[in-house]
Design a protein around this ligand. Structure first.
Ligand SMILES: [Zn+2]
Length: 412
């Protein structure tokens, strides 16, 4: 039997059920595989994933082809000579048909209009891609190709597949030469192109439905174009519509004003953040004298100040406050000192530690001990250290510092 006769999808990509006989069985680590005298199941090849479906009650979960033929991985064993009814999951198949044939049309338009070659094709779970042999594509070029490709869909021209003789092959003006030297199958989109391909196609371009280019990116010196066709294009436009409607409600503006509105909001946010930062810096300076009241003289003569300054202070805002505190201490010649200020923002607590040059305790030693007690990470040197810890209910960073001081006090 010829390969054309064995693979029923070659002649009819709409065939959903068929009857055949098991003529090969094998079992490996992956499970049971069977080969049939004839099958409509498409094996993974040419960028198109395999079909799934049923052989009698057994689920077909993978399909691969080798030199012997098409192998169906089944979840239940079948025996040599079993007569089976095959059923293809046609929703999945037709989705692939739409994506695959859309790729033919898209690549042909790039080739004919822009003289750009398609070097590879990948069909993903949600999006398909082609890699183009060109360094750059403008938005105008993309829009033009997308429009042309959709015009070919609207024209609803016939798509035909046939096996050709070498003589017939020589007569055809092919976009790319066939990868096989026998059983060459040519897929013709009337008026657009002849293309060697073993894939499944609809009988006319109209069934591709629609082609939408969703993204482009530079990949390995070329351009990768992402696109969706048919049912996926509909799902994509539904998702966009839902997203934009939700955004429009949030922003209280219509689609044409989205970009300028968001730009305006970003500017406002930037200014607000800057204002808040400035305000916190001023507050830090004002709070320094207040904070200083918590300073304690230890037995060993070290002035320690460990306090929680509260919410809204991350490490960048604690630093100027520690600076202001130590400036006051230095001005009043109150050394040696060790200052640890704790604040929080969001779901983290932050700490900034400063020790005077003559302190018996190093800033990083205190920080390390506090994190060893209550968790957190950070670092520094003998004079300054900083770090943060996630807020965990029941434990507070300031408590860890006080405990750390106690345990280090004995050693110092
Ligand atoms: Zn094809």
């Amino acid at each position: 039997m010829s390969i054309q006769e064995e693979r029923l999808y070659y002649g009819d990509s709409y065939l959903q059920t068929f009857t055949s006989e098991v003529c090969g069985v094998r079992q490996n680590d992956e499970g049971y595989w069977v080969r049939l005298r004839q099958s409509a199941f498409y094996p993974t090849s040419g960028g198109q994933p395999h079909d799934i479906g049923l052989l009698n009650e057994a689920h077909v979960i993978n399909v691969e082809a080798d030199e012997q033929g098409v192998w169906h991985k089944v979840d239940t064993p079948l025996a040599m000579g079993d007569v089976v009814t095959g059923t293809i999951d046609f929703v999945r198949r037709f989705d692939f048909v739409q994506q695959h044939s859309g790729q033919h049309v898209l690549s042909a338009c790039f080739e004919q209009t822009l003289k750009v070659d398609t070097v590879s094709f990948h069909m993903g779970d949600s999006v398909s891609t082609i890699d183009l042999d060109i360094a750059e594509l403008s938005d105008a070029e993309l829009e033009r190709i997308e429009f042309e490709a959709n015009q070919w869909i609207w024209r609803d021209v016939p798509i035909r597949a046939r096996f050709v003789t070498p003589e017939e092959l020589a007569q055809l003006n092919l976009r790319r030469p066939p990868k096989v030297d026998k059983d060459v199958r040519i897929v013709t989109i009337e008026g657009l192109e002849h293309n060697p391909c073993g894939g499944t196609h609809p009988s006319s371009t109209g069934q591709i439905g629609q082609i939408v280019i969703t993204k482009t990116e530079r990949v390995r010196g070329g351009v990768r174009v992402s696109f969706v066709c048919g049912r996926r294009a509909l799902a994509y436009s539904r998702q966009l519509t839902d997203t934009f409607r939700a955004l429009g409600n949030q922003l209280s503006v219509g689609l044409p004003d989205f970009v300028t509105t968001v730009e305006g909001l970003q500017t406002q946010l930037k200014e607000t953040r800057k204002g808040l930062h400035d305000l916190k810096q001023q507050t830090a300076g004002l709070m320094a004298r207040d904070v200083l009241q918590h300073a304690q003289n230890r037995n060993n003569g070290l002035l320690t100040l460990i306090t929680d300054v509260g919410t809204g202070f991350d490490v960048n805002e604690l630093k100027p406050m520690v600076g202001a505190v130590t400036e006051l201490l230095e001005a009043e010649h109150r050394t040696p000192y060790l200052v640890a200020l704790v604040g929080n923002q969001g779901d983290r607590e932050f700490a900034a530690v400063v020790a005077s040059e003559d302190s018996s305790l190093a800033a990083n030693a205190l920080l390390k001990e506090a994190f060893a007690i209550g968790g957190g990470k950070g670092g520094g040197n003998a004079r300054t250290a900083q770090g943060s810890a996630p807020v965990v209910s029941g434990t507070h960073l300031v408590e860890s510092f006080l405990q750390a001081l106690k345990s280090l006090d004995g050693e110092a």
